[in-house]
Design a protein around this ligand. Structure first.
Ligand code: EPZ
Length: 417
């Protein structure tokens, strides 16, 4: 087990480069199994989730090599339609294997991913899509079993613009017979990145990034070379760290378009933000202004940035209101911020945050990935020492987080217990 030790109250300054998107990588890595030949994926973040997925693909028989930020996936030897629970339990996003195995073999047996600390994670919309394509879908004994003698394109209207369901249905439909329409589709940047990657493999997908995605099935897909988009949530997290510490940082290698809701909200909080090409400069105020925010599907304010933003607002000059509309329990972590002196009241899925001049460093624990990010942001601005236990949870989604923060002037160490 490892923990972070942060000496707070240092303004972050300098430059940091953002890595590839975690949420795009965990969709595109399994998609590479659909190619007849090997695929090379560049700008893959060196994070635990990617390493775990690489191992899952190897255990499924694929040839995978991972060299820091470049992964090659050769589907030869990938012949089993079964992804057992003991394999997939380590990574929730392994549920994308449902769409891949169904597309590749016409059948799939995938262990159900668990819930997690942010709330139940149902897959009813995924199954709705598979059934629309003609698959039998059952869930029994913690295993999802899918079977289709033939996948036939069809219209699917999602009850909610689910990212996971949109991605899984796209994976299943790209080699179905005929055309599939996903309506009320998710529009997140990583949905678009996956569509672009599949099209480079020979798929015929239009409309990704809008409410309606059209997928014309093709017979086969070939290997490709694809570069993963930069991680918008990693970027948002460093932007929040700059605002929380009153710092002045430049973040390089970003796609500013993906950051519009975060930029708008942080400007409301008093940050000065300059964007140019692939970099974004953030200058934080002495103390942030209070803001109100409601998390929404893209292009609304991203739920994954809600937790680091809440940490920023604990120091605001007034009362802020944060509404978490995407998950039932994505405010459970605030108790750790309260340990640091934050004044936060939670009512259902709404947090009311009364800003205070300074938090006080304390021992705290990361309960999920973005809660961990929130505690890092809080520790960077707090007076004194903050110890964050559960660092391995943070390192699931943030590449070289200690080195990057040290580069920005943070006084931070990784301690192995
Ligand atoms: C993806 O999760 C991300 N994970 C999450 O990021 C992110 O918070 C979420 O999208 C929303 O942007 C990955 O991409 C690996 P959803 P996903 O399906 O696909 C409900 C992080 O920190 N729902 O859009 O699970 C669901 O319960 C992680 O990087 C159903 O009811 O999100 C949730 O309330 C955390 N039925 C809402 O929809 C379904 O069949 C949004 O879920 C599917 C989802």
């Amino acid at each position: 087990m490892a923990r972070l030790v942060i000496e707070g109250r240092r303004k972050l300054t300098g430059k940091v480069r953002i890595g590839g998107s975690k949420n795009s990588s965990v969709a595109i890595i399994p998609a590479a199994l659909l190619g007849e030949g090997p695929s090379t994926l560049e700008n893959v973040p060196a994070i635990l989730d990617v390493k775990v997925f690489a191992q899952i693909l190897k255990d499924l028989g694929a040839l995978v090599s991972l060299n820091k930020n470049t992964m090659t996936v050769s589907p030869n030897g990938f012949t089993s339609h079964i992804a057992p629970y003991d394999l997939v339990r380590k990574l929730r996003a392994s549920y994308y294997l449902m769409g891949v195995l169904l597309a590749k073999f016409g059948k799939a047996e995938v262990g159900l991913p668990g819930g997690c600390d942010i709330g139940p994670r149902p897959i009813d919309q995924h199954l709705k899509g598979f059934r629309a394509l003609g698959a039998d879908a059952s869930v029994e004994g913690g295993v999802v079993r899918l079977y289709a003698s033939k996948l036939v394109g069809a219209p699917v209207y999602l009850d909610i613009p689910s990212v996971g369901a949109t991605i899984n249905i796209m994976l299943a439909a790209c080699m179905a017979e005929g055309t599939t329409l996903i309506e009320n589709a998710a529009k997140e940047p990583h949905v678009v990145d996956l569509a672009n990657c599949l099209n480079s493999m020979g798929a015929r997908i239009n409309g990704a990034g809008t409410d309606i995605i059209r997928i014309r099935g093709v017979k086969t897909l070939k290997g490709t070379c694809h570069s993963i988009i930069p991680d918008d949530i990693e970027t948002a997290t460093y932007m929040m760290a700059a605002v929380a510490t009153g710092g002045d940082i430049e973040i390089c290698g970003v796609i500013t378009k993906h950051l519009e809701p975060v930029v708008a909200k942080l400007k409301e909080a008093g940050a000065l933000i300059e964007q140019n090409g692939d970099f974004i400069k953030v200058v934080g105020p002495e103390r942030p202004k209070p803001v109100n925010v409601k998390t929404l599907p893209y292009p609304g304010f991203p739920t994954d940035a809600q937790q680091p933003l809440t940490a920023v607002l604990t120091r605001a000059r007034g009362v802020s209101v944060v509404q978490e509309s995407m998950y039932d329990n994505r405010l459970g972590y605030v108790g750790e911020l309260v340990k640091m002196g934050a004044n936060i009241k939670v009512q259902g899925k709404t947090a009311v945050i009364e800003g205070a001049p300074r938090l006080v460093g304390s021992p705290v624990r990361a309960t999920d990935l973005r809660a961990g990010a929130s505690l890092v942001v809080a520790g960077l601005s707090a007076a004194g020492t903050t110890e964050i236990y559960g660092l391995e949870i943070i390192e699931r989604g943030y590449e070289s987080v200690v080195d990057k923060l040290k580069t920005l002037g943070a006084c931070i160490e990784r301690i192995e217990d």
